[in-house]
Design a binder for this molecule. Sequence first.
Ligand SMILES: [Zn+2]
Length: 271
Amino acid sequence: MTRLFISMFRKPAVLAALIFILSTLSVGSANPPANSPSVKGKKVLLVWGGWDGHKPKEFKDIVAPWLKEQGAELIISDSLGVYTNKELMGSLDLIIQMWTMGKISREQEKGLLDAVKGGVGLAGIHGGLGDSFRDNTEYQYMVGGQWVAHPGGVIDYSVQITNHEDPVTKGVNDFKIKSEQYYMHVDPNVKVLATTTFSGDHDAWIKGSVMPVVWKKYYGKGRIFYFSIGHDPEELRIPDAWQIWTRGVNWAAESKYEPAEKWVSPVYPGK
Ligand SMILES: [Zn+2]
């Protein structure tokens, strides 16, 4: 029997067929069909509050129905106290926060940072993630940027997609928006997906400045997704913006399931 088996492989046709089958199998296992990232079945905590000018309740009312419709297990809280619930925080897949300015206690901040470090994703827009808790630098280190100005207030500007390969912005069009054009202090190691350019009409010395609008990053094992539009949460309804937002949220929800993407961007090339 063994001899018959071996002799079969001496026949070129059989051997060729076998090699073909093996090669398909190995290609199959090396490149499994990529499942689209999704919040379906994921445990998501939506935290809203802070400065009323950013309409955190309206944000919640736009985002929560979508999360439910997508099949997420949704927990909504209007208190930062939820960040101290260790058991809950550890069990989450994603936190979406809309909390501009305000104060966070040391214990609440630790609960949030520890959860994200451990692999819980974090997503948010505008001041709700990028201008929260101004006293807390470790929080800002996690987010990867901090709002510092919006010259001219609410103005017309455009958002340019700069990364056409990343699944979050692939196929998305540049779009125009009337909002606050966020000027931010940004971590040079974030992965920038879209930018905006300042005209200099309001602050002449920043004419031509190119500023990140959409970025991804890691903090520990947790994925961070940030989008700087959204002074009025209704801006999320711009079709291209909505696509970026929902894809970014889906991406951030996968920290615990997908391997970390390694990137540190060489903005300042060294030797
Ligand atoms: Zn604003």
